[in-house]
Every structure is written in structure tokens, then in C-alpha cells.
Design a protein around this ligand. Structure first.
Ligand code: NAP
Length: 235
């Protein structure tokens, strides 16, 4: 019932109207969680009536969090929907600053799931995906650096953080359904980093992580199970 749902401390999804955020909101709602979805623009007809849609900007988290004591926070914000022509003036502390403000404004130990980007994944040859121009355009490096800084900041915070790194094939095989997510510890083989993962599978991984209360700070690469497992992923 909606009344019971509203009595629960909500899960706050930053960027809840986006491609990843929307899948996470749907999965949380399906599991009966009270969800607050945040974005700067709010659709006139929210897709789930029981989800609270708030208009706000992550640059003003004090306002966003006023009167709200979230049980957990999911970060699914991208500062742009498509990569800009130029990264001149791009704030590479975008995510790190967000982590710092969240840490200041929520209870210590609050669960935070950060959806990052494949480019920051460590590969088993000692490189990261962003080092490979053929995998990640060099001009986008400021964006992956921002994600890397955010993940490092989360790791050093008092928050109970998990960084989930989607495999590069995020959304390429979307069918509206997902499979069991495979979570891989870094370093990962290249074939795992470039594997497919649907938005639904990623959302399942995000919400699964929220139910783990004492996992400590961790980071995982997430891909679909619907491809043959490699030796390393069978650990
Ligand atoms: N393969 C990969 O590694 C991969 C692929 C895709 C995405 N990702 C990652 O997944 C995450 C989500 O990506 P996405 O594809 O879902 O992005 P998206 O569809 O562009 O959605 C971005 C969301 O963030 C919101 N947003 C943007 N700036 C905001 C601000 N200042 N304050 C509040 N909300 C803001 C947007 O709503 P408004 O614009 O209305 O505010 C929207 O809800 C990102 O971290 C991205 O790097 C990874």
C-alpha cells in the first residue's frame, strides 16, 4: 500500500528519469521500496504513480535532501545526455563534489551505489579501458576522469559505497528484460569489459547491492550472464 511505502525511508535515485535511473526506479518500485527520483526536469506524467518525482539539481543537494533522510542513494546522473562538442570548462570534480556533499548531508554509513562508466575499469593487462583509444575516445577522457575521481572519493568517504561499472555494451541488447547480473572484481579481461548488459540487468545489480548491509566499499564490473562465462568470471 502506498501509505506503508511512504513510511519507509526512501531510496533516493539521483538522475532517476534517465536511461539507467529509470530502470533502477522501476526495479525498486517492483520490490516495494519507497523511491524518490530526482532530476532537473520532471515529466508531466510520471511512469509509476507510487514513485515520488522531485525536481532538483545535484549542484544543490542541500535543497534536494532537505526534509529527506534517505536509506540509500543511487547515483545515476550524467551531466550531459550526449557528449558535448568540447570539454572546455568541464568540471572533472562533478562526481567527487557530489560524493562530498552526500557525505556531509546523510547519516554516516548510508548505502551509496555509484553507477560509473566502463572507461574506469581496470583490465588484466595493467591498463584501464580509457587508455585504449579504440575502446574509449580520448576526447571523452575528462568525463571518465570525473567518474574515477568520484569513485575514489566515495571509497575514501564514511559512506557505505559500491561502485558498479557497466560493461561497455550497456543497452545494446535491451529487450525490456534482463538476466542474472554477473559481478566481476577488477582487473577484468577485455572480453568482460566489452560485454553486453541490459539496463534491466544493471538495475537488478544496483538494487541487489542495496539489500547488502555490510558489504563495505567495493567496486564491480557488471555484465549480463546471457553470454558464455570466461574462466575469470566463474570465480
Ligand atoms: N557503458 C557505460 O559505461 C555506460 C553507458 C551509459 C551510461 N553510463 C553511466 O550511467 C550513468 C547514467 O547514465 P544514463 O545513460 O542513464 O544518462 P541519461 O539518460 O542522460 O540520464 C541522466 C539523468 O541525470 C539527470 N541529471 C543530469 N544532470 C543533473 C543535475 N545537475 N541534477 C539533477 N539531475 C541531473 C537527468 O535528468 P535532467 O536532465 O532532467 O536533470 C537524467 O535523469 C552515468 O554515470 C553514465 O556515465 C555508463
Amino acid at each position: 500500500m502506498a501509505e506503508n511505502r511512504e513510511q519507509l525511508a526512501p531510496v533516493l535515485v539521483l538522475g532517476g528519469s534517465g536511461r539507467v535511473g529509470r530502470a533502477v526506479v522501476d526495479e525498486l518500485a517492483a520490490r516495494g521500496e519507497h523511491v524518490v527520483s530526482l532530476s532537473r526536469r520532471v515529466s508531466a506524467s510520471p511512469h509509476i504513480a507510487t514513485v515520488e518525482h522531485r525536481r532538483g539539481d545535484v549542484s544543490d543537494l542541500e535543497e534536494v535532501l532537505s526534509g529527506l533522510r534517505p536509506s540509500a542513494v543511487v547515483i545515476a546522473v550524467t551531466p550531459f545526455t550526449a557528449p558535448p562538442e568540447s570539454f572546455d570548462g568541464f568540471d572533472t570534480d562533478f562526481y567527487a563534489r557530489m560524493m562530498t556533499r552526500i557525505e556531509e548531508l546523510v547519516f554516516p554509513g548510508t548505502r551509496v551505489i555509484d553507477v560509473a562508466v566502463t572507461a574506469i575499469a581496470h583490465l588484466d593487462d595493467g591498463s584501464i579501458v580509457a587508455d585504449h583509444d579504440e575502446l574509449f575516445p580520448r576526447r571523452l577522457r575528462p568525463f571518465s576522469d570525473a567518474h574515477a575521481r568520484g569513485a575514489d572519493r566515495l571509497d575514501s568517504s564514511t559512506l557505505n559505497g559500491t561502485v558498479l561499472i557497466p560493461a561497455a555494451g550497456l543497452g545494446l541488447t535491451n529487450t525490456g528484460s534482463g538476466s542474472t547480473p554477473v559481478l566481476l572484481d577488477e582487473p577484468v579481461p577485455l572480453e568482460d569489459a566489452i560485454a553486453a548488459v541490459t539496463h534491466v540487468t544493471l538495475a537488478t545489480a544496483v538494487v541487489d547491492q542495496l539489500t547488502l548491509t555490510n558489504s563495505g566499499n567495493q567496486r564491480w564490473l557488471v555484465r549480463d550472464a546471457a553470454v558464455p562465462l570466461t574462466r575469470s568470471s566463474q570465480r
